[in-house]
Design a protein around this ligand. Structure first.
Ligand code: ATP
Length: 290
């Protein structure tokens, strides 16, 4: 569904250039539900905005379904945003129209794309657990309920892919669990591919795979050991208990070594590497005798 290779995004302002993505590789299969984690400023939102067609990549390749997002025309991009992808933001004011009811909010994107379908709008609101609240105006709903309306809106035009930027960032744990359960249900029953950006590691146990981004590049990948188990990790469990951790290599065989490892070994710009037939060992450079 998604393939990014050597993806680069440079933001240019008058004085400075910021390289937000510096050759990122990522691939997401159709029907997958996965998360992208990373510290603030690591490039998560930049990646999501590119995948959502809200921002253009600077270089590299990014393919979503049949679309090449580097070559796509402005007209095609409108189609893409309308039909292929649904977007959910942390700040749901970006998704919602406050003076309309929940139902009218879901029907609006349908009308704009000429695919009006009231039965489906009602079905979506039922799926997100708001059957009894369809005629309530947005201000009559809680933050968590509004976020669930936002999910129904994002699905209104039957997209193949749902992108969610910190979807549980401003709700409590109970609502956060409920939102993740809704995502899982939609993923299983509608087959929608779901990509969630978060810095909340506790969401990791609820997805099949987690990709960690560091400094605009893919660094580590965590794959769930038992894909059928959605139980939240207990407080004592870390992401490593639920998932198998892998370091990601790009096509040229480059990998990112965590800064903490390098600091612990005092490795700076060079390291010595040995291969004994089974293991690759990376050590601080040998001190040359004077
Ligand atoms: N429009 C912009 N103009 C200039 N620089 C930008 C712009 N948008 C993002 N950046 C920079 O690009 C880098 C990556 O930002 P991005 O928002 O993608 O990170 P993030 O991982 O989503 O962070 P957060 O978790 O804080 O939202 C940061 O250094 C940021 O300052």
């Amino acid at each position: 569904m998604i393939t990014c290779e050597g993806l680069v995004k440079i933001y240019k302002t008058d004085e400075i250039e910021v390289v937000a993505l510096q050759g990122l590789n990522i691939s997401v299969a159709a029907g997958e539900m996965m998360a992208i984690i990373g510290n603030s400023g690591s490039g998560k939102s930049t990646l999501l905005n590119i995948l959502g067609g809200l921002d253009r990549p600077s270089a590299g390749s990014v393919q979503v379904g049949e679309w090449d997002l580097l070559k796509i025309t402005d007209e095609q991009l409108v189609q893409y945003k309308r039909n292929t992808v649904g977007f959910i933001w942390q700040n749901n004011a970006r998704n919602l129209i406050s003076y309309l009811s929940a139902l009218e909010n879901v029907e609006t994107p349908m009308m704009l794309s000429g695919q009006y379908d009231r039965a489906y709008a009602l079905q979506l609101l039922e799926w997100v657990g708001l059957k009894e609240r369809i005629h309530n105006k947005l201000h009559q709903l809680s933050g968590g309920e509004q976020q669930r309306v936002a999910i129904a809106i994002a699905l209104a035009n039957r997209p193949q892919m749902l992108l969610a930027d910190e979807p549980t960032g401003s709700v409590d744990t109970k609502t956060s669990d409920m939102i993740m359960d809704i995502f899982r249900k939609l993923n299983r029953e509608l087959g929608v591919t779901i990509v969630i950006v978060t810095h909340d590691l506790s969401l990791a146990s609820k997805v099949d795979r987690v990709i960690a981004i560091r400094d605009g590049m893919t660094s580590t990948e965590f794959v769930k050991r038992n894909p059928n188990l959605d139980a939240a990790a207990s407080d004592e469990q870390s992401i490593q208990d639920v998932h198998e951790e892998y370091v990601v290599l790009d096509k040229a065989g480059r990998l990112q070594i965590p800064k903490a490892y390098l600091q612990a070994l005092g490795i700076d710009t060079k390291a010595s590497m040995e291969f004994d037939g089974e293991t690759i060992m990376i050590r601080p450079p040998k001190k040359l005798a004077k």
